[in-house]
Ligand binder design. Structure first.
Ligand code: KG4
Ligand code: ZN
Length: 347
C-alpha cells in the first residue's frame, strides 16, 4: 500500500511516499527558514502562501523519486493539526482534492502523533508500551504510550516549549532562526560551567514527583546574563552551552523519572529538539545506566517532514477498519488539537 504524506503545519513543506511493503520510497522537504529569518519567527500568512507554491512541485518530485505514478497511490495523509490554520488548510485541501480525484481515502493526521511514531520507522523499533518525550518548537510533553492512538499525558510544559527556549535565546544572542541548531553550533566553543542558568522544575520533581516543564524563565535568566556583561564570542558560546546543558539536564532527569514511575524501559524521543546531539548522547547514556533503551528517529526525520505523516497514516490504515472510501469533499483543520483526544486503534 502506497501512502502519500503531506505536511504543511508550520514553516516546512514536506511530501513523502511510504510503501507498507518496502518502507520510505520518496521524501522531499522545502524549509521556509530563510523566508522568516528577518522576522525572528514564522509569519503565518507568508507561510501559507509559500506552501501553496511548493506542494505540487514537491509532490511531482517525490513521485519521481519513488518511481510511483499518481494512480499507484492507495491513500493520502495530510496534517490536520495542530498548527497554523492557513498553512494546514493548504495541505488539507490538496490532500482532499487529490483523494477525491484518485478515488482514494484522505486521512487527517495529528502532527504530534506523526512525530511520536516516527522512531518506529527505523530498526530497531520500540515495542508498545513506551514512554515518549516529545520536544518540538511548540510542545514539550512526556507521555505513556500503551498503543497506537493512546497517548496518556504524564507531564507538559506550563509555558514555553524546549524548542521555543532555544529559539528565543538564539534571538537574544543574535543567532537567528531556527535557534536550536544555531545554539548547538555556538555551544561547541563554549564552557557550560562559566555561566549559571537555572534547571527549572527539577526541585518540584524531588518534592512532589511533578513531571511538568517550564522553560520561559530560562530566557529571562539569559537576558539578565546579557545585561550583566557585554557579549563577546566566548561569552556568547558559554551562554549557549549552559542553556543547552540546562535544557538537556531537565529533559533527561524528567524522562528517567517517567520511566521509573511507570516501570517501563523504552523511551522514544521525537520532535525537532530530538535532533540535538548533546541531548541524544546524554539521554542514551543516562538511560543505559538504568537498563533502559532510547529510540530516536533518523536525525533528518526529527524536524517536520511528510514521511512521519505518511507513516502514521499507514499504521492507522493497517491496524483499523478505516474507511477506504473516496475522500469526501468537505473537510476541516484543527489548529488546536489535544493528542489525548485521538481515537485509539487496535494494534
Ligand atoms: O518538530 P519541529 O520541526 O517543529 C514543530 O513541530 O515545532 O521542531 C522545531 C524546533 C525549533 O524550535 C528548533 O529550534 C528545534 O526544534 N530544533 C533543535 C535542533 N534542531 C531543531 N533544537 C535543538 N537542537 C537542534 N539540533
Ligand atoms: Zn513538528
Amino acid at each position: 500500500m502506497w501512502v502519500l504524506g503531506i505536511e504543511t503545519s508550520c514553516d516546512e513543506t514536506g511530501i513523502a511516499l511510504y510503501d507498507t511493503a518496502r518502507g520510505l520510497r520518496g521524501n522531499t522537504l522545502y524549509s521556509q527558514a530563510a523566508l522568516h529569518a528577518d522576522y525572528g519567527g514564522v509569519v503565518p500568512e507568508l507561510a501559507s502562501r509559500d506552501h501553496i507554491r511548493r506542494v505540487l512541485p514537491l509532490t511531482r518530485e517525490t513521485l519521481r523519486q519513488a518511481d510511483c505514478a499518481l494512480a499507484d497511490i492507495d491513500a493520502i495523509a495530510y496534517t490536520e493539526g495542530p498548527g497554523l490554520a492557513g498553512a494546514l488548510l493548504v495541505g488539507a485541501s490538496i490532500g482532499h482534492g487529490l483523494g477525491y480525484a484518485l478515488n482514494v481515502p484522505a486521512l487527517g493526521i495529528h502532527h504530534l502523533e506523526g512525530h511520536l511514531l516516527s522512531p518506529l520507522m527505523t530498526e530497531p523499533a520500540p515495542d508498545f508500551p513506551f514512554i515518549a518525550l516529545l520536544v518540538s518548537g511548540g510542545h514539550s510533553q512526556l507521555m505513556h504510550v500503551p498503543n497506537i492512538g493512546v497517548y496518556e499525558l504524564l507531564g507538559e510544559t506550563l509555558d514555553d516549549a524546549a524548542g521555543e527556549a532555544f529559539d528565543k535565546t538564539a534571538q537574544l544572542l543574535g543567532r537567528g532562526y531556527p535557534g536550536g541548531p544555531a545554539i548547538a553550533q555556538c555551544a561547541e566553543r563554549g564552557d557550560p560551567g562559566r555561566v549559571n542558568l537555572p534547571r527549572p522544575m527539577l526541585s518540584q520533581l524531588e518534592k512532589t514527583g511533578d513531571l511538568d516543564f517550564s522553560f520561559s524563565g530560562l530566557k529571562t535568566a539569559v537576558l539578565i546574563q546579557i545585561k550583566a556583561r557585554p557579549l563577546n564570542a566566548q561569552r556568547r558560546a558559554d551562554i549557549a552551552a549552559e542553556l543547552q546543558a540546562a535544557i538537556v539536564d531537565v529533559l533527561v532527569v524528567k524522562s528517567l523519572a517517567a520511566l521509573e514511575r511507570t516501570g517501563l524501559t523504552q523511551l522514544v524521543v521525537a520532535g525537532g529538539v530530538g535532533a540535538n546531539r548533546e541531548l541524544r548522547v546524554r539521554q542514551t547514556a543516562a538511560a543505559k545506566r538504568r537498563g533502559a533503551h532510547v529510540f530516536y528517529p533518523a536525525p533528518e526525520l526529527c524536524t517536520d517532514n511528510g514521511a512521519m505523516i505518511a507513516f502514521a497514516a499507514a499504521l492507522r490504515l493497517q491496524n483499523t477498519a478505516h474507511s477506504t472510501n473516496r475522500a469526501p469533499l468537505a473537510f476541516g483543520v484543527q489548529p488546536r488539537w489535544e493528542l489525548s483526544t485521538l481515537q485509539p486503534v487496535s494494534a
